[in-house]
Design a protein around this ligand. Structure first.
Ligand code: BUP
Length: 457
């Protein structure tokens, strides 16, 4: 019945970690739920990977209407940050008023709702409320991180200094060391945006989240029972958002994996925006060689892919390069991570715990050795540890160059993870649970149906 088909506009934020879950959500809404969709993309994008993925997506889904949102000129010296992605988000926020005419033009059929990224929520909720258009937020990290985000203004209001840890109602105490360090600087761009987005959440119609019930049951219950923040709209788990065909980009180099034994290879990646300092990169290389395991290592030398220039020999040095090449495959390019995680040879993942990586590892049942680098990653790593399919070394630093972790220690931890049978069993269990959540009558698919019902009201 065409009356019950909602027209939803999706508006992702900057960076692959934000774009990818939006595109997976879009694919699932058109393919499995028969929705009419408009995808609004920000132009230009920060990274090349983003613009390439958007093109591939749009050519796979010609039934989705593309709309471009062009940014106004922006002077980065007027914002307190050096991070190209945060600066881009600020540029979007300052252009937010341009969304109103764009949304008004989408009238056939009329829009039912806008789904926007949490990092853009405060700017765009103002626009949707003026237009009386329902607004949903897609939260792209863990529910545990959502509870920290929602509760953060309350922490700031309280007169007591945070000691070693603090309590978010409905959860076990959270160590202060999990809080993204940037949040202790109240004048930073990230923190001002974070607080504004946190405060606006109560005004949205619902918060969709890329997690699943059995992974974060307690936290989801606390959020939905109003324990964390009174008046929060429904928090609806719809994850893991499943990797799709349009993302595939098979590289002939990955054929290497076919020749390796089942479960023997460790995959190493710190996501699309972390570039470790050279010294730490080299220690990691030493660690990988020392671990005795075979590996696929995705190495990033620059935060933004367009700026990568040095070749591998320069980054690693000739001697280490030789050692590394003998034992594994080291790549300084975009790889199909999901293909790697789904390969039978891969038996472990050294990961920064960007939330997409975590959900992809769970989807394929791959154990994680967590080494969070920034932002929400420590909180996400704690979710992984708590659910039993990963381990996190507490005294490894944030990877910002402050404390260099030695290769010997890295190698030992990798060896331990790769030989831990219990970890493998728990990862297989996480995979079964993730898959169950996405069955037709699974909790996350029911969540999506609920979103569509809400959009039709
Ligand atoms: Br690098 C890299 N190939 O080579 P996260 C990443 N990915 O497919 P991040 C590749 O990018 P935020 C590569 O599978 C995941 O879907 C990966 O998202 C994919 O981390 C995505 O894991 C990366 O959330 O983003 O990039 O640090 O900070 O927003 O979490």
């Amino acid at each position: 019945d065409s009356d019950n088909i909602p027209h939803i506009a999706l508006l992702p934020s900057s960076g692959m970690g934000h774009l990818t879950p939006f595109l997976r959500l879009a694919a699932s809404l058109v393919t499995n739920h028969n929705c009419k969709l408009t995808l609004i993309t920000i132009q230009p994008t920060v990274s090349l990977s983003e613009s390439q993925l958007i093109s591939r997506f749009l050519s796979s889904f010609p039934q989705i209407t593309p709309k471009e949102f062009h940014l106004l000129p922006f002077d980065p010296s007027t914002a307190n940050s050096k991070d190209p992605f945060f600066l881009h988000i600020e540029a979007i926020r300052r252009s937010a008023h341009l969304l109103s005419p764009l949304l008004s033009s989408l009238s056939s059929p009329p829009l039912s709702a806008l789904v926007t990224d949490i990092t853009l929520a405060s700017a765009f909720l103002r626009v949707t409320s003026q237009l009386h258009l329902p607004n949903y937020i897609l939260f792209t990290a863990s529910a545990k991180m959502l509870s920290l985000c929602a509760y953060f203004p309350t922490i700031l209001e309280s007169s007591t200094e945070i000691d070693e840890s603090f309590q978010i109602p409905g959860s076990s105490p959270m160590p202060k060391s999990w809080v993204p360090p940037v949040l202790f600087d109240l004048s930073s761009l990230f923190t001002t945006q974070f607080i504004e987005n946190s405060c606006i959440m109560v005004e949205s119609n619902g918060i969709l989240i890329n997690t699943f019930e059995s992974l974060e049951r307690e936290t989801l219950e606390a959020l939905n029972d109003g324990k964390v923040v009174d008046g929060l709209p429904p928090v609806i788990p719809i994850g893991p958002l499943v990797p799709c065909e349009f993302e595939k980009s098979t590289s002939p180099k990955l054929k290497w994996l076919d020749g390796e034994q089942n479960g023997s290879v460790v995959y190493v990646s710190f996501g699309s925006r972390t570039a470790m300092c050279r010294e730490q990169i080299r220690e990691l290389g030493v660690g990988l060689v020392r671990s005795g395991c075979r590996f696929v290592w995705v190495l990033k030398d620059k935060e933004v892919d367009r700026e990568e220039e040095e070749n591998l020999e320069v980054v690693l040095g000739n001697e280490l390069m030789e050692g590394v090449k003998e034992k594994g495959l080291v790549l300084k390019e975009w790889v199909d991570q999901v293909e790697i995680l789904g390969h039978p040879s891969v038996g472990g993942f050294v990961s920064h715990c960007g939330w997409n990586s975590v959900t992809e590892a769970a989807w394929h049942g791959v154990p994680i050795l967590a080494w969070p680098q920034l932002g929400d990653q420590r909180v996400n790593a704690a979710v992984v540890e708590n659910s039993g399919f990963g381990v996190c070394v507490k005294n490894w630093g944030w990877g910002d160059g402050g404390v260099i972790v030695k290769g010997e220690e890295i190698g030992e931890m990798i060896r331990e993870m790769m030989s831990d049978e219990g970890l493998r069993l728990r990862a297989a269990h996480a995979r079964d649970e993730a898959r169950k959540a996405k069955e037709v009558d699974g909790s996350s698919e029911k969540g999506l149906s609920r979103v569509i019902e809400l959009c039709n009201k």
